[in-house]
Design a protein around this ligand. Sequence first.
Ligand code: BG6
Length: 516
Amino acid sequence: MTENHDLELLQTPGAVFFIFGATGDLAKRKLFPAIYSLYREGKLAEDFAVIGVARRPRTQEEFREDVFHSIQEFCRYKTENDDRFRAFAEHFEYKSLDINNVDGFRELNDQTVALEERYHIPGNRLFYLALAPELFGSVSSNLQKGGMLNSAGWKRLVIEKPFGYDLKSAEELNEQIRQVFKEEEIYRIDHYLGKEMVQNIEVIRFANAFFEPLWNNKHIANVQITLSETVGVEERGGYYDHAGALRDMGQNHMLQMLTMIAMEPPSRLLPEDIRDEKVKVLRSLRPYANAEEVKKNVVRGQYVQGSSRGKDLPAYRDEEKVDPESNTETYYMARVFVDNFRWAGVPFYIRTGKRLPVKTTEVVVEFKGMPNNVYLGKKYKLEPNLLVIRVNPMEGIYVKINAKRPGSESEIEPLAMDFCQSCMVGINSPEAYERLLHDAARGDSTYFTRWDEVATAWSFVDRIAEAWKQDPEGPLQYPAGSWGPKEADQLLAEDGFHWWPVNGQEEDDVVWEVNK
Ligand code: BG6
């Protein structure tokens, strides 16, 4: 296959991209830079246009300036404000729009038709709603009423999380969108699924002869999934205080990562087959039967004043736009079981939190120890084998194995076979949003969440939220800059395990004195 042929396969068909919420943070930090990277890599040819839509008045020149600055600041490709960039920016237009006004959508349609003619775009339209979910319904309906969906090509709706607040509100939201778009036209973003190493999980599992045979309860002792963040809630206190860690990360990113680890091999590498397997995992999650079960298996915490690297950090309740008596959790950890043949009895420990000591996303698969009656196990204290998948910010994989200490007759020590993808020169992994925009424009929905995944994830999470609502005790406290409530460590210790240190974690932070 020639390089040109590869590029043709990768190239998006001509389309107009509508960015609703074009003056917002997501557009600035992620979407404009993503479009530019796709263009630079030839994945977007000349037959495209972008219309930024927001309420605020903005001239075309001002908008293109915004796009330029966002690329300068956030894109992995830098640009000069030169002829080449100006040619790219010509494809961008702005439309100030009140999303409740259908006439505005008619004007938008006229503007779109003109761009489609100019750039020979065959009527393909991708609507990216970087907006609060409350607005998804009215935007969808006005897109239809304003004639925006009557063009010749395909129409796709790309939407951001949070998709609802619980199952009921998610159903209502889905209902509104489905009045206008078919399920296969809806692309629900979970940006974790766009991360290079999350997608790599599938390849590592299914393309290597030595993992798949071991990938089950006979050989795996437990799986630890950590999504830790050093940041607090920044300027998102208003949203976050309503959502909390469970809804912000737990319902979506964490369960999605778990499905990638736990799913069965799909029968074909097609989006629906892969998503079928993921939804089966979600259906196999053991639901917590009652509030007591939730208490036994789930830890929620909220950060209080603390410090990190010599810097004082405020308590969550003192953050901007947060209720000073808030009981919202900023830390969530759960012991989860996937009740199927492959995973019966294997605990999955999942945790996330704000204001933890390091920013990292990692999966640690801990293998069962060697049987003690084998001579090595009797003679030495062997560490278990680990497979660690580093997702972010470091990308890589390492396998921890036991080997003889060189020159010694009696010592065995764990050593790491480390593949550090981010250390490789010349590797400039695409950003999650780049992949996802690219996939949506090519009609590949593999790494987007289907409605049944969203609904099943909510059913699991709703039981936890419900139990917390009834619990007068509120979240446990942890100092900002620490690893969260100690109860999370105890939960693993009950099963005879401990958290393995994640990348960047000081060894002495770790609780080692656990009997195994
Ligand atoms: C978002 C959450 O979905 O993911 C944020 O709303 C969180 O609260 C972010 O900070 C983390 O994403 P990443 O890619 O930086 O790990």
